[in-house]
Design a protein around this ligand. Structure first.
Ligand SMILES: [Zn+2]
Length: 220
């Protein structure tokens, strides 16, 4: 099984497209706007990472969280039968990030099945924490990406037009932020697909053909 090939194929645009397609309002995005909803959040995430790095130099992500007054909590009541959470959770009211140690352990063992040794517990923890830190920054001075970007028109009945934000653009930004904060050679969204592969939920060919489909949908 060659995970390196999957990681290489999963470039920022393809992974951002995967994220975008998970948005409830995806089908309402005009085709010629898809590039906009992918590229703008990537730019914002990357720029924010540069600014945070400049400000905090070599501090670890946990130290940066501390400097920014974000609490980090490790969930103790995670059960074995629960679906593995491939992310943490940010609570803007409490300025708190919740991390899920059991889920991270399960991720680690899935990657171990694929012989990806560098995706160990501590590294995965750091990746997921960085993603949530971005949501904290969005809740503060940056403002949320989905609010910054243009809303999409959704027509209800014939004349009533409503405008909806594309919430998943925040995650696209968070992934770009994480990649640049940690100098990753891959887009963190690929971890979800490697997890499915490492647990035997899917096969390499299916992932590759899904990535090809995503690629074609961007450049249609
Ligand atoms: Zn997120």
């Amino acid at each position: 099984m060659d995970y390196k090939w999957i990681m290489a194929k999963a470039d920022d645009k393809i992974m951002s497209m995967a994220e975008l397609m998970e948005d409830d309002t995806f089908k309402k995005i005009p085709e010629d706007k898809i590039g906009y909803y992918i590229e703008e959040p990537i730019k914002i995430g990357k720029k924010t990472a540069e600014e945070v790095r400049n400000k905090y130099n070599n501090l670890s992500i946990e130290e940066i969280c501390h400097e920014m007054d974000v609490k980090i909590e490790r969930e103790k009541d995670e059960y074995d039968f629960e679906i593995v959470k491939l992310k943490g959770k940010y609570d803007a009211d409490k300025k708190k990030i919740t991390m899920y140690p059991r889920s991270i352990k399960k991720m680690e063992s899935a990657y171990d099945n694929l012989n990806i040794k560098f995706l160990n517990y501590d590294f995965l923890y750091e990746i997921l924490l960085t993603h949530e830190l971005f949501h904290h920054i969005e809740a503060g001075e940056l403002g949320s990406i989905s609010d910054k970007l243009e809303k999409v028109d959704v027509f209800k009945f014939i004349h009533i037009k409503k405008q909806y934000p594309i919430f998943k653009t925040s995650d696209i930004g968070a992934n770009a932020f994480t990649k640049h904060m940690l100098n990753l050679s891959f887009n963190p969204k690929v971890l979800n697909y490697l997890y499915l592969l490492g647990t035997g939920y899917t096969e390499e060919e299916r992932i590759i053909s899904y990535f090809n489909e995503l690629n074609e949908s961007i450049y249609r």
